[in-house]
Ligand binder design. Structure first.
Ligand code: ADP
Ligand code: MG
Length: 150
C-alpha cells in the first residue's frame, strides 16, 4: 500500500541507497531502522552519514545509546536495543526536534517516545548479501520524500 520496497544486492548498495535518502533529508528528520541483528541497520546508517558529508567512521552505538556526528548537519545515531527492559528517558525529544537528522536502530523499543511523523525502514535478509529494504513513511513529509526516491 503505502510501502516502498528496494532491493540491495550487497552492503555497498545499501550504503548507496541510504546516501540517496540522505540527500533529501532536512534538520529535524527522524528515521527508524528495524531488522534482525546483522540485517544492516548500522550499515545503512553509514550511508546516511556519507550522504551528510560525515567523514568519521560510524560504528554501532549499542553501549553508548547515542552518538553524534557533525556533517552538513548533525547526525544523531541511536541504538536503543539496550533499553529494551527500561523506561529510561534520555530526552529523545530534544534530538528529534533538534537541528540534525536522527537515526534510531530498534526504534520500536521506544515506540511511545517516537515523534508523530518519521520514516520507518525495515531491513530483511534475502540471502547472504541481499537485503530487502521496506520504507513505510509515517506522515506526509516522509510520503513526499519516498515519492521523490522511487
Ligand atoms: P545491524 O546494525 O542491523 O545489526 P550491521 O549493519 O551492523 O547490522 O551488519 C550488517 C552486516 O552485514 C555487515 O557486516 C555488512 O557488511 C553485511 N552485509 C552484507 N550484505 C549487506 C547488505 N546488502 N546490506 C547491508 N549489510 C550487508
Ligand atoms: Mg546495529
Amino acid at each position: 500500500m503505502n510501502n516502498f520496497e528496494w532491493k540491495a544486492d550487497n552492503a555497498e548498495e545499501t550504503i548507496g541507497f541510504a546516501e540517496r535518502i540522505a540527500s533529501l533529508l532536512e534538520a529535524g528528520d527522524v528515521i527508524t531502522l528495524e531488522g534482525d541483528l546483522g540485517a544492516g541497520k548500522t550499515t545503512f546508517t553509514k550511508g546516511i552519514a556519507r550522504g551528510l558529508g560525515i567523514t568519521k567512521t560510524v560504528n554501532s552505538p549499542t553501549f553508548t545509546i547515542i552518538k553524534e556526528y557533525q556533517g552538513k548537519m548533525p547526525l544523531y545515531h541511536m541504538d536503543v536495543y539496550r533499553l529494551k527492559d527500561s523506561d529510561e528517558d534520555l530526552g529523545f525529544d530534544e534530538y528529534f526536534e533538534g537541528d540534525g537528522v536522527t537515526v534510531v536502530e530498534w526504534a520500536h523499543l521506544i515506540e511511545d517516545q517516537l515523534p508523530l511523523e518519521y520514516l520507518q525502514i525495515q531491513l530483511f535478509y534475502d540471502n547472504t548479501s541481499g537485503r530487502k529494504i521496506i520504507l513505510s513513511p509515517k506522515g506526509s513529509r516522509y510520503m513526499q520524500l519516498c515519492k521523490e526516491l522511487f
